[in-house]
Design a protein around this ligand. Structure first.
Ligand code: PLP
Length: 388
């Protein structure tokens, strides 16, 4: 991977810092970034936080606040904080296997696992592939189950021409290093729901009523609690996961070229998949609406020897990769879940398990050169034939 922050972004920071008395804590630039992000995604409200994991946490906390305890249907391939946030909020994760063409959740299995206790489906768009289908959206709507989208790895990806992150009750983005847009650390919660928006604003900042957007809502609290100082009314037990003006300035600067960088990343992915040997490596991913974060390299068949050769070759060439793709592979194999689900739970998710052992992702970034991609494919294809 390569750093996504350019000289232009850094100059925007310096210009801010050169003012006589620059505001550094959450203020006008955070607001401006939230508004610009809402417009770009196509949602009414956005709340800037200090990481994608904080976005996950606030979304689950808001869901718990609204719907009480219950089950949340989650993927086996995702980032740890998607599951940890469910657990931290006293909700119960219910796992489903992946659809190999999107690496997202298998829609049939999601629908089979809905019960009267289901509070939400918390879906991840893995590495830029769209994880939604019309059937899933329609069924969830019919059954009244909220959808939460994790778009941390898929900024700008679309489904039926609309940006991901605009379909769910809420959606979460990460702006960590090497994501499509980076504010060093950072994240966003997006929603069209005015009540949820206000709850997330409270949760971001100690539960303080003065953080609410709506003056009439603030007034309701002032009237109800006349014994309290209006500056210090804590409506909910909450967190402090705010970010700063500096991170927002980076976000605003990067947003100007986000569409262009997404195009470059997608071109790179297409070149990579077109030149890989399709008999050996999976190349039939669902590319429509994709906004690639990193190249997916998954062996078609379990082959430990080939996987070993691939990893040795990549390490020797200094090509960064992560085994298991997003989040290191099958989450239910991780110690934090084994202690809840037992040591054998992974057996129920064979497709995620294949990716766990025979899949990886390789860094993709806008300035990655064409000839490097072609050479990488040549080497990977040659490795496949060395064992035969
Ligand atoms: C799918 C997914 N969700 C959530 C996160 C957490 O984001 P952050 O690293 O900003 O906490 C990540 C991390 O990159 C991710 O890939």
């Amino acid at each position: 991977m390569q750093n996504n922050i350019t000289r232009e972004d850094l100059d925007a920071l310096i210009a801010h810092l050169q003012q006589d008395d620059p505001i550094l804590t959450q203020s006008a630039n955070v607001r401006a970034f939230e508004q610009a992000w809402s417009e770009w995604v196509g949602v009414r409200h956005s709340v800037f936080v200090n990481s994608g994991s904080s976005a996950n946490l606030l979304t689950m906390a808001a869901l718990r606040e609204r719907h009480g305890p219950g089950e949340v249907i989650v993927p086996t391939i995702t980032w740890v904080s998607d599951i940890a946030s469910v657990l931290h909020c006293g909700l119960t994760p219910v796992f489903v296997d992946i659809d190999p063409r999107t690496l997202g959740m298998d829609a049939d299995e999601v629908l089979r696992k809905i019960t009267p206790n289901t509070r939400a489906v918390f879906l991840t768009h893995v590495l830029g592939y769209n994880g939604l289908s019309r059937r899933l959206l329609d069924e969830l709507q019919t059954r009244g189950i909220p959808l939460i989208e994790d778009v941390c790895e898929a900024h700008g990806a679309t489904f039926q021409g609309r940006r991901l992150g605009s379909f769910g009750l809420a959606s979460n983005f990460s702006f960590y290093y090497a994501h499509h847009l980076s504010t060093i650390e950072g994240g966003m919660v997006c929603t069209n729901d005015a009540d949820l928006y206000e709850t997330v604003r409270l949760l971001r900042s100690h539960g303080m009523v003065r953080e609410l957007d709506s003056d009439s809502r603030k007034r309701e609290y002032w009237d109800e609690f006349p014994d309290l100082n209006p500056e210090f009314i804590f409506a909910l037990p909450a967190y402090n996961v705010r970010s700063s003006e500096l991170n927002a300035i980076l976000g605003l600067s990067q947003l100007k070229r986000l569409d262009e960088t997404i195009e470059r990343r997608n071109e790179n992915l297409l070149l990579f998949l077109k030149n890989l040997d399709a008999d050996v490596y999976q190349t039939d991913f669902a590319l429509e609406g994709c906004s690639n974060y990193a190249f997916t390299l998954i062996l078609r068949r379990p082959d430990e020897a080939l996987m070993g050769r691939v990893m040795t070759a990549l390490s020797t060439m200094g090509v960064e990769f992560r085994r298991g793709t997003s989040g290191g592979g099958n989450q239910v194999r991780q110690p934090y879940l084994r202690r809840l689900l037992g040591d054998d739970a992974w057996r129920a998710f064979p497709r995620a398990d294949h990716v766990h052992f025979f899949g990886m992702y390789i860094g993709n970034y806008p300035t990655l050169q064409r000839d490097k991609i072609l050479r990488l494919c040549d080497i990977l294809n040659e490795l496949a034939h060395q064992g035969t």
